[in-house]
Design a protein around this ligand. Structure first.
Ligand SMILES: [Ca+2]
Ligand SMILES: [Ca+2]
Ligand SMILES: [Ca+2]
Length: 291
């Protein structure tokens, strides 16, 4: 019935909360593990480098009191430059993710999101690289109910949160339908017969996205991420194209981390992207080659 591995019910919590908000409120961002019927253990919401990776510089991050009203108030010169190619061009990137991203350039981890779940933040990165180069991004729609793909929200104990990723780069690169997006974790699923796979796509568009107060027995579907998925050499030709989402669909008009820098996002020609299901797909890998 497909290539994914199925788990059911809540994961075991490994870390209760990996992020403390010093100055305001945040959702509890935990990490858990859950075992499928074959005995394979999966990390939820996904394996990540939050603890050890280089934190991207914040454009906007309420917990640290970084709340500029516009890009003009940001000291862009103080952002460290990650050297991928010493003779390369210096590129600045502006990033907003719902909820978490890890950015690789030619396989080098350039920056990880400083806030795994909420509040919503945005980031700025700089790197030096020669064209052509490959951008690879892991994005995670974090979850409160580990293994169940849901959070307490909108009056439901098990509401399936949504994702979304947008970025622009100073060399003119923007997120678009020409990026690739593959799904590696989908949840909550209540009826496995709604899942389909076709042409490399891991589809859940026939599955319900309604919240419930009884989501404790939800299924999760997991696919192993290739170990070299972020490298320049990795062949992602079988991956689907990214799906575009509007600002209204992602719901950013009340988020200062996005709106204060909108000229660097939709204003720069970038679009929100994700896999085919921005609600149920919670771990997605993105790739794009800059020519
Ligand atoms: Ca974040
Ligand atoms: Ca979700
Ligand atoms: Ca979310």
């Amino acid at each position: 019935m497909g290539t994914g591995s199925i788990t059911q019910g809540a994961a075991k919590t490994l870390e209760k909360n990996i992020f403390q908000c010093e100055n305001g409120r945040s959702r509890v961002a935990g990490i858990g593990e859950i075992t499928d019927a074959q005995g394979k253990v999966w990390t939820v919401p996904a394996d990540n480098n939050f603890a050890s990776g280089p934190k991207a510089v914040d454009l906007y991050e309420e917990c640290s009191g970084i709340t500029p009203r516009s890009i003009a108030e940001v000291d862009q010169n103080s952002v460290p430059v990650v050297i991928v190619d010493p003779d390369g061009e210096e590129v600045t990137g502006y990033i907003f993710a719902d909820n978490y991203f890890e950015l690789y350039i030619n396989g080098t981890l350039v920056g990880v999101d400083s806030v795994p779940f909420t509040p919503f933040n945005s980031s700025i990165v700089k790197f030096k690289v020669s064209k052509p180069y490959t951008i690879a991004v892991k994005v995670i729609d974090w979850e409160e109910n580990l293994g169940l793909g849901s959070e307490s929200n909108r009056g439901k104990a098990y509401h399936p949160g949504d994702g979304g990723f947008i970025a622009s780069f100073s060399d003119g690169t923007v997120t678009s339908k020409d990026w690739q997006a593959q799904t590696f974790y989908t949840s909550p699923i209540y009826d496995l017969s709604c899942l389909k796979e076709a042409n490399g796509q891991r589809l859940s568009d026939e599955c319900t996205t309604q919240g419930t107060d009884n989501g404790q027995d939800a299924y999760g579907v997991h696919w192993q991420t290739p170990s070299n998925w972020m490298t320049k050499e990795f062949d992602s030709s079988s991956w689907p194209q990214a799906t575009l989402y509007t600002e209204d669909e992602i719901g950013v008009n009340n988020k200062n981390a996005y709106m204060n820098f909108i000229e660097k996002f939709s204003g720069a020609g970038a679009s929100f992207i994700w896999s085919t299901n921005v609600v149920l797909d919670n771990e997605v890998l993105l790739r794009y080659q800059v020519k």
